[in-house]
Design a binder for this molecule. Structure first.
Ligand code: GDG
Length: 470
């Protein structure tokens, strides 16, 4: 503790998230770490490296110790979690209670009091870790649904800290949030922050309504008064490192590999791409059914089009995820069985992690990008596709229930529950004249460039540095 405090400067930043931004290299020697893929890491790692500071989070495997270490210029403080704690806190309360409830109750949320007790315990372990590092007056930025009690806990033990909280997933409407037996505790946890950020205005409004309904918080507009203090509740739509995607997308090597991919798939076939974590919120199954519908009607044939679905393995320990994987794989098999021919597959399915460079090769090769979650906080894949299209062609088909839809208005919007509607959108996307593609893509690229990852982080931290509202 003494060592940590001594190395922390007064204005440094402490990021607190469920996971550390690194994982152990498989098969590597003990102590070898690698930067992890994923939305939050993509967003914050470059920023912290630039600014210097701490990242507090779980290491990714059960057990372990709390010894701090450095990785690529960032000080990391692991929070150890036992196997049993992971089952209750991570798989249980975070991913079987909060995740489905916050995503429009797409699956039934499980409410278990012993999961909740572990959630409280682990949140307090994270808060203690922060307290042991934080110099007086430090800025602390807490992330996501796993850690919603941390701001309140920090507020009561360390009122000197500037505390920010950002929710990466949707905050649900009060009709759904109100089901949570611990709704008041969660809200009061969040109200401990100076700034509470959400992906969209609507999600911020959902929170404001719930806070006024279930706690003593009062206030109008984006300011709430609670416990003798005031806090700000605002939208901060997260983004990506736009220049980095643009740069890799324009490299000759990327272009050559994209051309090679197109040749292998068939020069004259439209490539329809999906890239998602294998999660039931992402709408992969309905999207596949829409593609099947298009083939069934004969609006497209496998001679003229094929789909590439990259499904990144995710939360395999939770039953609903294993079931979704089976459904997706069954559907892919069914479509290929019905419509594929030797040498001409209808759906190419990749269940694996790709490197970022490989991902950008796919973005560059794809004529149509299908981003059709049933509910999503933002969806960075949509923005990555736009950033990876320097020639301004390509069509983005985007769910109206993704946070990204409020910014990327020139996408082809779809209701991701509507198979026929999505089939229609897919046909339209595959036959969209190049002029219209450019018109839409240019406008989306302008938006994505104007507010990138750095602007997102700067605007959040800028508001966090302001004096509290009156
Ligand atoms: C949560 C919210 C919100 C995907 N496959 C590979 C790979 N990825 C990268 C993508 C993208 C990220 O993972 C996925 O981000 P999303 O935004 O699509 O989705 P979630 O993981 O659900 O993230 C979401 C986000 O937090 C940020 O706030 O937008 O709404 O649910 O960056 O490129 N990266 C690599 N290989 C892959 O195979 N390297």
């Amino acid at each position: 503790m003494a060592l940590a405090t001594a190395t922390t400067s007064r204005d440094s930043l402490i990021v607190v998230a469920n996971r550390l931004p690194v994982h152990r290299v498989r098969g590597g020697s003990v102590g070898e770490w690698e930067t992890s893929p994923g939305g939050l890491v993509t967003a914050l790692y470059p920023l912290l490296r630039e600014r210097g500071g701490w990242w507090v989070g779980w290491s990714g495997s059960a057990g372990g110790d709390a010894r701090v270490f450095e990785h690529e210029g960032i000080s990391l403080r692991p929070v150890p979690l036992s196997r049993g704690e992971l089952e209750h806190f991570y798989e249980g309360f975070s991913n079987e209670t909060l995740w489905p409830l916050y995503h429009d109750a797409l699956r039934t949320a499980q409410f278990h009091r012993d999961w909740w007790r572990t959630y409280v315990e682990i949140n307090s372990r994270f808060a203690e870790a922060v307290c042991s590092l934080a110099a007086p007056g430090s800025a602390v930025w807490v992330h996501d649904y796993h850690l919603q009690l941390v701001p309140g806990m920090l507020r009561s033990s360390r009122p000197d800290l500037r505390i920010g909280f950002f929710l990466h997933i949707p905050f649900p409407p009060i009709e759904l949030f109100g089901r949570l037996p611990w709704r008041r505790e969660i809200l009061e946890g969040l109200l401990g922050a100076d700034v509470v950020g959400f992906q969209t205005r609507l999600m911020a409004q959902n929170f404001l309504r719930a806070a006024r309904a279930y706690t003593r918080a009062r206030g109008a507009g984006s300011v709430l008064h609670f416990g003798g203090r005031s806090l700000r509740v605002l939208p901060f739509p997260i983004s990506i490192d736009v220049d980095e995607f643009g740069r890799i997308a324009a490299e000759p090597g990327t272009l050559a590999r994209a051309a090679g991919l197109r040749r292998r798939i068939g020069e004259n076939r439209k490539i329809i791409l999906g890239v998602d974590r294998l999660d039931y919120t992402k709408g992969i199954d309905v999207r596949l059914r829409a593609f099947e519908e298009v083939l069934r009607r004969g609006d497209l044939t496998t001679r003229g089009a094929c789909m590439v679905q990259v499904a990144v393995p995710s939360r395999g320990g939770v039953d609903e995820y294993a079931a979704m994987r089976r459904l997706v794989e069954q559907t892919v098999g069914h479509i290929n069985g019905e419509y594929g021919e030797p040498g001409r597959v209808a759906v190419h399915y990749l269940h694996r992690n790709l490197s970022r460079d490989d991902l950008i090769v796919y973005y560059r090769a794809a004529d149509v990008m299908m981003v059709t979650p049933l509910r999503d906080g933002m969806n960075l894949v949509a923005k990555e596709y736009v950033a990876s299209r320097p020639d301004e062609t390509g069509v983005l088909v985007l769910s109206e229930f993704a946070g990204a839809a409020s910014e990327l208005r020139q996408a082809v919007g779809v209701n991701p529950f509507d198979v026929d509607g999505m089939a229609g959108a897919l046909v339209r996307a595959c036959s969209m004249p190049e002029r219209e593609q450019r018109h839409r893509m240019r406008a989306m690229r302008r938006r994505v460039r104007a507010y990138d990852l750095y602007a997102w982080a700067e605007s959040f931290l800028g508001v966090l540095a302001e004096d509290p509202p009156g």
